[in-house]
Every structure is written in C-alpha cells, then in structure tokens.
Write a protein that binds this ligand. Structure first.
Ligand code: IPE
Ligand code: IPE
Ligand code: MG
Length: 248
C-alpha cells in the first residue's frame, strides 16, 4: 500500500497553506483536563506540521494562533496562552533557524504583553535571513482589523496627497495588508469540525480551497496534512471559468 505522502504530486503543491488551529479546549475537556492542557498539546501539533511543511517544500504556512476576539476569553486562559507563546518561541527559535525557517507575525502585536513582543522581535530578527519555509503566525489578528488598518493607511496616503482616489487598485490594497509580502493561500484548513472562517484572512481567502476536518488540533499530524493536500490536488480550481476552458 502506498503511503499518503507518496501519492502527493510534488509539482502541484499549494505554495501557501493557512490553518485555523481549532479544538484545543474541547480536546482537553474530553480528557477531563483544563483547556490550557489542550493548548499545551497543540504546540506538539504546531511543531509536527511546521516540520511536515518544511520537508515537503511548502513556501508559506500561516497559523491562526490567537484572534482579536480571543482577548475576550477568561483572563486565566488568555494569560496562559501568552505564557505558552513566550516559552514556545524561546524553545523553538533555534530549531526554526537551523531548518532555514523564517518567522513572521501578522496582527496587532502592540496588544501582546511586552514579554511576548520582546521574545517575538528577537525571533523575527534571528530568523530574518532564512529563505526556506516562511512561517507566519497570526497573533491578535483578525481579517476585519487588518482591513480597517489598510483603509486607514490608504486614507492617510490620500490625505497627504501621495495617492489619488482614482489610483487605488487591488495592488494598492494588497500592498497595505499585513500580508503584503506573501501570496494568497491556495489551501485553508480548519480543524475540529467548525465550518466557518472566524475572521481569518478575509481578503486573502477569496479563491482558497477550504478543507474542514473533525480532527481536533492537538491530534492533527503530518498524515492529516497529507490528506488535506491530496484532497486539494483532486479539486478543479476554475476561478470563474468553465471546466471546458480549463481542459482545452
Ligand atoms: C484553538 O482552540 C486555540 C485558540 C483559539 C487559541 P480553542 O481554544 O478554540 O478550542 P475549542 O474550539 O474551544 O475546542
Ligand atoms: C478561531 O478559533 C481562532 C483561532 C484558532 C486562533 P475560535 O475558537 O476563536 O473561533 P470560534 O469562536 O469558534 O468562531
Ligand atoms: Mg475554538
């Protein structure tokens, strides 16, 4: 029997995969544990999936780790998540660097505790020259927040007469998003059985293939990633055209 990995067509890999890492809390509750126990195990999945993407030669991986709305969770969970973020970055940055992985952050970093900002900034600069997998962490991120920032930047440019309203194009928009230096994701995965976007990459997901799995994030491993990629490779991406146009 051939493995899932062998069935993947290496010439048709998505350049950019984005993942909503959901289900840590339920995973823990099902084991009679505290939600934070789930987040702790979620880190093992992050490590495994980052490694899997790097091995495959995926260009960009965006991980939705904390949304703008997640600030409204109970204080002990928010504090626990921030501590986990700091300790994980500290532990993993050398491995990322060794594997030529560059870290990026999208979202409102100014909302994060100072310790997290310091740890992240250090990791960003340590990995800044790496040109392997580009690992993008969405932290205190939401699509509507990002779109609002973009509108403010463009309005300011118009106000300062650096740009006229007529000149605003889709390229202008792209240029003022947090993701300006990354291509749009071709594949978006959400774990844990929820069929929604939850304010993730609203602009960038316009033509992404969406893949939903009931697997909870702490159980998600490379094999599950391969399954998602194989599913993606069996789809016909028409971008508004007809199937006949694509095959001719
Ligand atoms: C995803 O798991 C992690 C974060 C949102 C930080 P959840 O914490 O949302 O887990 P569920 O969805 O409650 O099971
Ligand atoms: C989305 O998960 C955000 C992250 C995975 C970071 P949520 O658990 O916050 O989303 P909802 O509340 O179920 O939509
Ligand atoms: Mg959730």
């Amino acid at each position: 029997m051939t493995s899932l990995l062998e069935n993947i067509d290496k010439s048709k890999l998505p350049r950019h995969i984005a993942i909503i890492m959901d289900g840590n809390g339920r995973w823990a509750k099902e084991k009679g544990e505290d939600r934070l126990y789930g987040h702790l195990h979620g880190v093992d999945s992050v490590r495994n999936i980052v490694e899997g993407c790097a091995e495959l030669g995926i260009g960009y991986l965006t991980l939705y780790a904390f949304s703008t709305e997640n600030w409204d969770r109970p204080a002990n969970e928010v504090i626990g998540l921030m501590e986990l973020l700091v300790s994980t970055i500290r532990k993993e940055v050398e491995t990322l660097n060794k594997n030529n992985i560059r870290l990026h952050v999208i979202g409102d970093m100014s909302m994060l505790p100072q310790s997290a900002q310091d740890e992240l900034n250090e990791a960003l600069s340590i990995t800044e020259k790496n040109n392997g997998l580009q690992l993008i962490m969405a932290l205190s991120y939401s699509g509507r927040w990002e779109i609002l920032q973009m509108v403010k930047y463009i309005a300011a440019a118009v106000e300062q007469k650096n740009l006229s309203a007529n000149e605003i194009s889709q390229e202008t928009i792209q240029q003022f998003l947090n993701t300006s230096s990354f291509p749009d994701p071709e594949l978006m995965i959400r774990t844990s059985g929820e069929f929604r976007i939850s304010n993730f990459l609203l602009y960038q997901l316009a033509y992404a293939e969406l893949y939903f799995t009931p697997v909870r994030w702490p159980d998600f491993r490379k094999e599950n990633l391969y399954e998602a990629i194989l599913d993606y490779q069996n789809r016909e991406r028409r971008f508004g055209k007809t199937s006949e146009q694509l095959t001719n």
